[in-house]
Design a protein around this ligand. Sequence first.
Ligand code: SAM
Length: 247
Amino acid sequence: THFGERTVPLEEKQGLVNQVFHDVADRYDLMNDLMSGGIHRLWKDAMVTELAPPKRGARPYRVLDMAGGTGDIAERILNASVGHAEVVVSDINADMLRVGAERARNWRYPAQASFVEANAEQLPFEDNSFDAYTIAFGIRNVPRIDLALKEAHRVLKRGGRILVLEFSQVDVPGFDAIYRAFSDRVIPPIGRVVTGDAQPYEYLVESIRKFPSPQLFSSMLVGAGFKRVKHTSYSGNIAVLFSGWKL
Ligand code: SAM
């Protein structure tokens, strides 16, 4: 794994990732809007539309939003289910969760959300306990993706679904060069202006470039036991939504 100019071993990656999100937690939401021109909101909306959480039912619809950070996905799921869902927002970073929990006070269904500090590679949840597992722009930060996917499969009920939203490599001719220039020349300077440091955003750009192709990531989902794996590209492949089922 590379981190800025340096190559870092896998065991060190998590510590560096944690430092990045510790540093940016308070300005994380603003940065997302600035860097994506607000488009991350549309991708997140599309993810929750695809999940289509039920609005009623005999039992609560339990969702684990992993790497849930400041709670963007959780809030959307609660709204889409008009408060029928119960969402556990889980993240390895206490600072991100703190910002999420503060924001949740202004949500429509705050009582339906809980916040749990945990590592995606080793979850403190029971087997077969969730109807859905969502992770948005989180999986690429996890050092051992295969372990995280196995854990996702373990905690899902049979018939449960995983949705993974992640950045991908733009492969549209012409647009790829523009996106590359934007990533190198625009993102780190915006990061420096807003958070005082460009380095976390160099990490961001690099982690996106290193993330497996949609085909390879799909095969990792299959390897973890998921069935009916498919993916959908958004915005010329800037983001990709993966779906799989525990059957
Ligand atoms: N899901 C939110 C969103 O879409 O805005 C936050 C995404 S943020 C780019 C990535 C999150 O992954 C951070 O909050 C970070 O703390 C979390 N993360 C990194 N490594 C993790 C791990 N091993 N387990 C759980 N969360 C992790």
